[in-house]
Structures are given as C-alpha cells and as structure tokens.
Ligand binder design. Structure first.
Ligand SMILES: Cc1cc2nc3c(=O)[nH]c(=O)nc-3n(C[C@H](O)[C@H](O)[C@H](O)COP(=O)(O)O)c2cc1C
Length: 362
C-alpha cells in the first residue's frame, strides 16, 4: 500500500501542532496550579482533541533531565518514540513525531523503533532529529557532548545508516568515522516503503545546513518579525526550495488584550519560576546552543515558553500574529499551551475560525 498523504501535506497555508506536551509543565516554567500535568491519560486526551480539531501534528520534546527550580519543567517526561507509538494508536489522522537524540541511541535500533511507530500510525510517524546540546543529559549516558560541529557530522552518518536500513533489501556493511557495521538489514520498511517525514531544528550554520540537506520541514527561530522574510527565504533557498519552514512558539490568549495581559502577568510575573529560567539560560549557553546568549536576555520568554516565540494576545491579535508569520513565509508552528487540554477549546473555537477567515486554514 502506498504511503498516504497526511495533514502535513494538506492545504492549510499555516499548519499547527502541539509542542512539548510529553513533558511536565509543557514549555512553561510557572507555578500556576493549572500548569501541565503530563500524565499519559492527559497526553491521550490532548492528542485526541488536537486530532479531532484538525491540527496537523504533535511534536514532543526529547528531554532526560528537568529544568530545576521549584517547577522542574520536563523533570517528568515520556520517552518520545514510545510516547508516539501510544498516541499514534489512539488517534486517526494527526501526524506524530518522535524526537531522537542521535548520540543516545544506536541508529539500527532507532530505525526499527521508528518503523514500528510508523506502522502503528500507518504512515503518520515523523522524525525530529536532534544533534544534542544538553551536557548533563549526555553525561548521564556516560558519553559527553561532542564539539558543536562534530555533532552534525555524527548526525549525518547516523541518518545515512537509518535511511539505508529503511531502503535497502539486502544486507549491507557500513564503515565510517563513527560506525563500523556488518550485515545491516532491517525489515519491514516504513509504511508504504517511503521514509517518514523528517524535521530538524538546528539554528547554527552547520545545523541549518544539515537541516537543509535532509529535512522536509526546517525549524527556524523567530526573533524580530522585520528580519523574518529574508531569513525564511534564505533557508528556503538553502534547502533547494523543497522544504517547508516552521517555527516554534507558545500561545497565551484570552478574549481581550486586557484579559491576556492579566493572565500573562499572573503566569510569568506572579507565578514564574525565575530560578528555573536562570538555570535554563545557563545550561543552554554551556551546551554551545547558538541561542544561549540570546536566551540569557529573554528569561520572560523562557518562563512563558522555554524561549520559543510568544504568541500572546487576544483571539484577534494571535490570529493576526499567525497571519504575519505566514506572510513572512513561515508555513506553520509548533506551539506550547499552558494547559494542552484546558486551553484547547479557545484555540479550536476562537483562534482557528479567525485563521480560516484570514485564509490561513481551510
Ligand atoms: C522546534 C524545536 C524542537 C527542538 N526539540 C529539541 C528536543 O526535543 N531536544 C533537544 O535536546 N533539543 C531540541 N531542540 C534544539 C535543536 O535541536 C538545536 O540543538 C538547537 O536549535 C540549537 O541549534 P544548533 O545545534 O544548530 O546550535 C529543538 C529546537 C527547536 C526549534
């Protein structure tokens, strides 16, 4: 059976997915009691809401340690491939990604796990490939983090093996800089014999080049709206024009601007965990993540959404923000919500219809 098209290939000009709900607290470092409880039951409920609400995808965060402080966001997190398997079995149409740290898992084992997820979802699985930056997490595995650019060399070789496992029918040998493998074979192949969708979110020059070579969707960081069209068209050009360009953000919206301001103030300034924000900025800088220095200056956005782009405003304002992002060339966004179940009705019943009226979604 051929691999069926998914919503990721569908007609919506601005695609949306939920980001980070496999982690306690989601993307938010707040002590507000409604913060996200990432039980599997809650994940399944949110996944079904997103599926029935016609969102395109779910993207988990691959995390092995939390961000400390009182909140310890992501201190509890589900491993993303097994999480994706459970949710693919519980949903019908939405695409679900697994986020894989290449250094932490053997590519042959990962290729088979991903193929299994892909069959469970009948072609709805996707891979978010991550080269790694979190030193403490890698130390826990006893391997340390490679120099920044070497991480992408390793990812390149890792992915080339996975793609061969997914494609080749006869056993093959592989001898590279990092792997020396004999008689490699994996069956069955991914659903429909085609590779799952691949996304990559490298932000540095080698990270962007890696993504441009391999990914169907590249993630870019949004800093200033003014620079964005140029940045997006550069990325698109680098990928040969074939890849979609996505961004990551978090959504905080209420009916009016005043109500949103009050709620944002409560989440960030009254209940925000500044200790966790300090720690997050520090470990990102230490890991050589190119966003580290910038993160130190944007602790508020770390608290409201781990440093992703804040889409904050009234229903009209957030729909307008999505329109501006779309106009800048962005094809979609992975968004965190403070609470993926309680906040979903506002997205579904208020924001999506406004996006429809703006021609962003059908
Ligand atoms: C949408 C998105 C998802 C990401 N998911 C993860 C993740 O789950 N785990 C992780 O360790 N890093 C994650 N990252 C970090 C990137 O993989 C990458 O390390 C970071 O953007 C720094 O880029 P660089 O490695 O090119 O410097 C994510 C980044 C983005 C924008």
């Amino acid at each position: 059976m051929p691999r069926p098209p998914t919503r990721m290939q569908g007609p919506n000009r601005y695609k949306l997915g939920l980001f980070g709900m496999n982690c306690s607290g989601g993307l938010t470092m707040t002590q507000a009691p409604e913060r996200w409880d990432a039980s599997f039951e809650n994940n399944r409920t949110a996944a079904r809401l997103a599926d029935e609400g016609a969102l395109e995808f779910l993207l988990p965060v691959g995390r092995w340690h939390g961000y400390k402080g009182e909140t310890d966001t992501a201190g509890e997190s589900f491993e993303t491939l097994t999480w994706a398997c459970g949710l693919l079995a519980a949903t019908r149409e939405i695409s679900i990604f697994g986020t894989v740290h290449v250094a932490l898992i053997n590519p042959i084992c990962a290729a088979k796990q991903m193929m299994t997820a892909d069959h469970i979802g009948q072609g709805r699985f996707g891979l978010n490939i991550v080269s790694g930056w979190n030193i403490g997490e890698h130390d826990m595995f006893g391997i340390g983090v490679r120099d920044h650019d070497k991480r992408y060399d390793y990812a390149e070789e890792w992915l080339s093996i996975v793609k061969r496992v997914w494609s080749e029918d006869e056993p093959f040998d592989h001898k590279g800089e990092y792997f020396d493998l004999k008689g490699v074979l994996g069956k069955p192949k991914p659903w429909g014999g085609e590779w799952p969708l691949l996304i990559s979110a490298g932000n540095s020059a080698p990270g962007r080049a890696f993504a441009a070579r391999h990914a169907d969707c590249l993630f870019t960081s949004v800093r200033e709206m003014e620079d964005l069209p140029e940045k997006v068209s550069d990325l698109r050009r680098q990928s040969g024009g074939g890849a979609a360009i996505f961004a990551s953000g978090h959504l905080i919206c209420r009916p009016t601007a005043k109500e949103t301001d009050e709620y944002y103030h409560y989440i960030v300034h009254e209940m925000g965990d500044w200790e966790a924000a300090d720690y997050t900025a520090e470990i990102r800088a230490r890991g050589g993540s190119s966003s580290g220095a910038r993160l130190a200056q944007m602790k508020e956005a770390i608290i409201s959404g781990t440093g992703t782009y804040p889409v904050v405003g009234s229903y009209d304002e957030v729909a307008e923000t999505f329109r501006r992002l779309s106009e800048a060339g962005v094809d979609g966004m992975a968004i965190g919500l403070v609470n993926y179940i309680d906040d979903f009705p506002a997205l579904r019943d208020e924001v999506l219809p406004r996006m429809q009226r703006l021609g962003l979604r059908v």
